[in-house]
Design a protein around this ligand. Structure first.
Ligand code: 13P
Length: 261
């Protein structure tokens, strides 16, 4: 099986707080050129807000998508510092990352705010990439599956079934982010299968169409083994998305693994 893997895999970079305007545009152009021949998967980059429109403009006629790293549910009003989902769509983004663990940890993001953001994103035809994942102490206490399940439950709460099939879920164990310590493919698959089962209880067979990405220290040399797992449909990538060389290599290794599986 190759071109038709369902769901279609997605490899999305999350640049976090990185890059000047010119660095961001240059990285995006480099990734665009280096991944131009990749057709079996979707690929996206995730610049900071200041560079979002410039990067999207550069990528306008290419298959490389753009993801914002957050967004707000209100359309307009007295919400100093916030960026509306409609503004993100207007800037040319296709995706918006929501509920990243860094936003939960440092900026008081909650399951309730994640739910409202996901709903608002879908309302302007953005694809939300909803992040969920347990901390190390939760994993050590045997609570990983319960934690992820309750985050997913919270995120889905405001969505209709028709909306839910359009989201992307990213499982990112907090202990694996930026630590170089990725979950083993088996550890990741266990959680991905549980997420799929939970989605199936709402959507039955339609749950097979939802992309469940893994994130947390994904690198060019470990992406293939992760992608070999049945319920891993791509990756959300931090550090390894910050150079053309490593992200293009990761996308190509991941794509080859999809084609083999
Ligand atoms: P790293 O790939 O740097 O571990 O970051 C993962 C992440 O948080 C992606 O959203």
């Amino acid at each position: 099986m190759s071109q038709s893997r369902v769901p279609r895999p997605l490899f999305c970079g999350n640049w976090k707080l990185w890059g000047s305007l010119s660095e961001s545009v240059a990285l995006a152009k480099g990734v665009r050129d280096a991944t131009a021949g990749v057709t079996a998967v979707d690929v996206a980059v995730g610049p900071g807000f200041v560079a979002l429109a410039a990067v999207a403009e550069k990528l306008q006629s290419s298959a490389l998508g753009v993801a914002a790293q957050d967004g707000y549910w209100e359309v307009k009003g007295a919400f100093t510092g916030e960026v509306a989902m409609a503004q993100i769509a207007d800037a040319g983004a296709r995706y918006v990352i929501i509920g990243h663990s860094e936003r939960r940890q440092f900026f008081a993001e909650t399951d309730a705010s994640v739910a409202r953001k996901a709903k608002a994103a879908l309302g302007v035809h953005l694809t939300p990439i909803i992040c969920i994942g347990e901390t190390l102490s939760e994993r050590d206490a045997g609570q990983a599956l319960a934690r992820v399940s309750s985050q997913l439950d919270g995120a889905m709460r405001e969505l209709s079934d028709a909306e839910l099939v359009r989201v992307v879920i990213a499982y990112e164990p907090v202990w694996a982010i930026g630590t170089g310590r990725n979950a083993t493919p088996e550890q990741a698959q266990e959680v991905h299968a549980a997420i799929r089962a939970q989605l199936s209880r709402r959507l039955q067979g339609k749950a097979q169409e939802i992309r469940i990405l893994y994130g947390g220290s994904v690198k060019p040399d470990n992406v293939a083994s992760l992608m070999g797992q049945k319920d891993i449909d791509g990756a959300l990538v931090g550090g390894a998305s910050l150079t053309v060389e490593s992200f293009a290599k990761l996308v190509k290794e991941g794509t080859s693994a999809c084609i083999r599986s």
